[in-house]
Design a protein around this ligand. Structure first.
Ligand code: SER
Length: 318
């Protein structure tokens, strides 16, 4: 039996991961940890316990861990890259201060801890193509700085205190459920909404801007599989490159047009997002994840596009 606390349970990843974990571990408690103003609703609220857990307040995490006898924490609290540039102090407080709180509680209460890293943990001097698992990580964004700090701190707690910390570097995540907010890869979600609504899409990034992307079902599976992996096989822990597809705006536009021929896109560049995207890799080499815990994506751009369009049509029009 697993008793799991999801911190950030009403966010882009958390709202889907919490439901998936509840299906995966029906005998345990999967607690939806939320912050004031982002309370769980509907199915998320009705299908299991919820607790107010502000990651910057260690006592709130400790209370939930105590009350529900938690053995695993999914730490999904973060500000995404573009919004973090507007609020760098808060991004550090949540990304690193919050992680420190989770690590300390995990050390005291013997919890396993998952904290996602990102393609944003790389920077301009990282090899852009087939970015290796172990390479230069000198990001220029505060988002990236918190992610690299988090990787290092999590590995330190594993080595020094034996805390079972594990992580994957998520690409841009695409889903029809909860929208992302303030990320650099968000355009690849927004473009599907525009296509289904019949709007012309204003793309904030220029043609040729390649980034890794992933459909949410694969990302959720990765988050669960890494925590289930046999620890004796893990050479790495914080954090694994994972990948499934890499495209630029022209490629995703052309793919959507195969299914929505009347769809139109024009370019309206966002200089901040363009600068961030230019500093990130084009595509990651995920061979270590494949070798050490059997990672394998299921969705490619075509499969994801068909599924996104079908679900968004249902969500928006029925
Ligand atoms: N999706 C994130 C962002 O764009 C990257 O991990 O900020």
């Amino acid at each position: 039996m697993k008793n799991i606390l999801v911190i950030g349970a009403t966010g882009q990843i958390g709202s889907e991961l919490t439901m998936r974990l509840r299906r995966e571990y029906p005998g345990g408690n999967v607690v939806a940890g939320y912050i004031k103003g982002a309370e769980p609703k509907g199915e998320l609220l009705e299908s299991g316990p919820a607790a107010e857990v502000d990651i910057t307040d260690a006592s709130m995490i400790a209370d939930a861990v105590e009350k529900y006898d938690i053995d695993t924490i999914y730490n999904l609290a973060a500000l995404l890259s573009a919004v973090a540039e507007a609020k760098p102090q808060l991004a550090w407080k949540i990304g690193v201060g919050g992680l420190y709180n989770c690590l300390e509680i995990s050390r005291e209460k013997n919890c396993a801890l998952f904290t996602p890293s990102s393609i944003g943990s790389f920077g301009n001097n990282t090899p852009k193509k087939d970015t290796p698992q172990d390479t230069i990580q000198r990001p220029e964004t505060i988002y990236g700085v918190t992610k690299v700090s988090g990787e290092l701190l999590s590995d330190y707690y594993a080595r020094r205190f034996g805390v079972d910390t594990r992580s994957v570097r998520f690409p841009g995540l695409i889903s029809y459920v909860a929208p992302p907010g303030g990320g650099t890869t968000d355009y690849a979600v927004d473009i599907y909404y525009a296509a289904v609504k019949g709007d012309t899409f204003e793309c904030p990034l220029k043609p040729g801007t390649f980034m890794d992307m992933m459909y949410m079902p694969d990302a959720l599976r990765a988050a669960i599989e890494i925590m289930e992996a046999d620890p004796s096989k893990l050479v790495h822990r914080n954090s694994f490159n994972i990948a499934s597809m890499s495209f630029d705006p022209e490629i995703i536009y052309a793919k959507i047009k195969e299914y929505v021929p009347e769809f139109r896109m024009e370019y309206k560049l966002d200089p901040l997002r363009q600068q961030i995207a230019d500093s990130w890799p084009d595509n990651l080499d995920d061979s270590c994840a494949r070798e050490e815990w059997g990672w394998k994506p299921e969705y490619d751009l075509d499969g994801m596009t068909q599924d996104m369009l079908a679900h968004l049509r249902k969500k928006l029009f029925s």
